[in-house]
Design a protein around this ligand. Structure first.
Ligand code: PRT
Ligand code: ZN
Length: 300
């Protein structure tokens, strides 16, 4: 009997703020894809992985229902759906397994500029417009505030001007949309970024192995983003001080220099960004021939 081919399905946002980053991340993990004519699927050409391109709001349920094994979406969308399913007595069957460090934003409450806002109590018995009713409800309950939630699917920021609400609760990144609508951020509700979720349905050994492999590569990609390879020459007498100055470096390699017994070459992977200030401090401590190189791939 022929065993059906097993392929891992990952749900991604089809077209939006997270699309490019999500595809780029998977490409950095080595995935090469071919997109279907209807642009709903991407077939992995070199790994048993296919991508399903959908609206971000559908991603949590696709993973919860085991249509997809993994999904990438904003924590705001994931948590809103998790609470909505939970309130409907249908616990979400997915786990958040990894934060991806892109798509950063926050769900925040904003008040009209010039209005008096004296802390959370000011929300009592007022109307708050949002597209995230479940997250807002949970937040208000946690802070024992009784307020009316006005559920809107879009254009939340104009609700106060239309007289539909007194406050809004919406996603903010730079804050310029709030400012353009004469609103000011007064309360953070949820800090969000893109995350990967995984279905709770049992997986075959084959799929589990591949998912672990992807996650390991993702960890490598994240580390590489911040890390640099630093090479320098150091006088033996200042070696300890110079090694201490290298940001986030573990046991650097130290080798002798041909024809110069007083100096050594130091090579180190620095797991934090290396700023000009650090290089200047290293130079002051006696380091010379400083080189900072990008790292392409890393596997711990
Ligand atoms: O079509 P689909 O349903 O898939 O997409 P969508 O329109 O629902 O989502 P999309 O592409 O706008 O955002 C996808 C995800 O990106 C969100 O769920 C968040 O996790 C994340 N994200 C990051 C943001 C923002 N930053 C952001 N700034 N989502 C929305 N915004 C909005 C914000 O509310 C404001 O209206 O962008 C506008 C500009 O923000 P400011 O603060 O920079 O002015
Ligand atoms: Zn959406």
């Amino acid at each position: 009997m022929k065993i059906p081919e097993q392929r891992i399905k990952i749900a991604l946002q089809k077209s939006g703020r997270l699309t490019e980053h999500s595809l780029d991340l998977l490409a950095r993990c080595g995935l090469k894809i071919r997109q279907s004519k209807d642009q709903l699927f991407c077939f992995g050409e070199n790994m048993p992985i296919d991508l399903l391109l959908v609206r971000d709001d559908d991603i949590p349920e696709l993973v919860s229902d085991d249509v997809c094994d993994l999904g990438i979406a904003g924590l705001n969308v994931i948590e809103e759906k998790r609470l909505t399913l939970c309130n409907a007595d249908r616990p979400a069957l997915f786990d958040q397994i990894y934060a991806l460090d892109f798509g950063h934003c926050r769900l925040a409450i904003a008040a009209p500029e010039g209005g008096d806002y004296g802390g959370l109590r000011s929300l009592q018995n007022r109307r708050i417009a949002t597209s995230y009713p479940a997250l807002l409800k949970e937040f208000l309950e946690q802070h024992e505030i009784d307020a009316e939630i006005v559920n809107l699917s879009g254009a939340v920021e104009i609700a106060p001007r239309l007289g539909k609400a007194d406050f809004i609760c919406d996603l903010v990144s730079t804050g310029s949309t709030l400012a353009a609508n004469q609103l000011r951020e007064v309360q953070n509700v949820l800090a969000s970024e893109a995350v990967i979720i995984q279905t709770r349905a049992p997986l075959s050994e084959f799929k589990e192995e591949w998912i672990n492999r992807i996650l390991q590569r993702l960890t490598g990609v994240q580390q590489v983003r911040e890390s640099k390879y630093v090479m320098l020459h150091a006088p033996r007498s200042a070696l300890d001080q110079i090694v201490d100055l290298l940001p986030g470096s573990e046991s650097p390699t130290i080798v002798g220099l041909g024809g110069d017994d007083d100096k050594v070459a130091v090579h180190a992977v620095c797991r934090e960004n290396v700023f000009w200030e650090t290089l200047e401090s290293l130079k002051r401590a006696g380091a010379s021939s400083l080189l900072v190189l990008p790292i392409e791939k890393m596997l711990a």
